[in-house]
Design a protein around this ligand. Structure first.
Ligand code: FES
Ligand code: FES
Length: 214
């Protein structure tokens, strides 16, 4: 049974678009570049430029109600907000990762009404009354989902960045019945990239959870 949980979009003040001086511009870009070098993948979004800030200010917002991991949520978001940003920045569900933010890596994979989607390419406002399942919604209390357990058993990760997307995609793969052979699993998991190269063990983990390996 789902429970109602209202959420309100975080609003951030937008600076007045006064053009920066050359000195300010150089100081700002140097600081952002330095932070990027130190933070690697964890670097946040760059500050809005003057034109983007005006566009963001003018952009309309919409209310969307959907169920996330069994919890009914109502959120007001900018119309351009992706499902991934809704999950991570509005609902605090940071399990789904932002790798490429362009539909190429699968790190952001979630289930929408049981189907695998790249949440970075899915507009949140189109998901009225949808059921979304993220990696946070797979375990049953303290009991891991069989595929989460299989990832541990098969040692199917190194850095772990791709792992939430791999696991959600694997759950979808199993539900779709695409696990009749190692080749079939590899084919239907091919949208999820792993820069650590754990593909063999990921395939074994999916195989184990599908009941073909103990
Ligand atoms: Fe969505 Fe890479 S972050 S596919
Ligand atoms: Fe590092 Fe897959 S475990 S990217």
């Amino acid at each position: 049974m789902s429970t109602e949980r209202p959420f309100q979009a975080a609003t951030s003040p937008v600076e007045s678009p006064t053009p920066p001086s050359r000195r300010t511009f150089i100081a700002t870009t140097t600081a952002v570049g330095g932070a990027a070098a130190v933070g690697g993948l964890a670097v946040g979004p760059p500050a809005l430029g003057a034109e983007e800030a005006v566009a963001a200010e003018a952009s309309p917002g919409s209310k969307v109600s959907l169920t996330v991991n069994g919890v009914r949520c109502t959120v007001t978001v900018d119309n351009r907000t992706s499902l991934l940003d809704l999950l991570r920045e509005h609902l605090g569900l940071t399990g789904s990762k932002k790798g490429c933010n362009a539909g190429a890596c699968g790190a952001c994979t979630v289930l929408v009404d049981g189907r695998r989607v790249n949440s970075c390419l899915t507009l949140a406002v189109r998901l009225e009354d949808s059921e979304v399942t993220t990696v946070e919604g797979l375990a049953d209390g303290d009991r891991l989902h069989p595929l989460q357990q299989a990832f541990i058993d098969q040692d199917a990760f190194q850095c772990g960045f791709c792992t939430p997307g791999q696991i959600v995609s694997g759950v979808g793969c199993i539900q779709e019945g695409r696990t009749n052979s190692p080749e079939e699993i590899r084919e239907w998991m091919s949208g999820n990239l792993c820069r650590c190269g754990c593909y063999v063990k990921i395939e074994r983990a999916v195989e184990q959870a599908a009941g073909r390996k103990g």
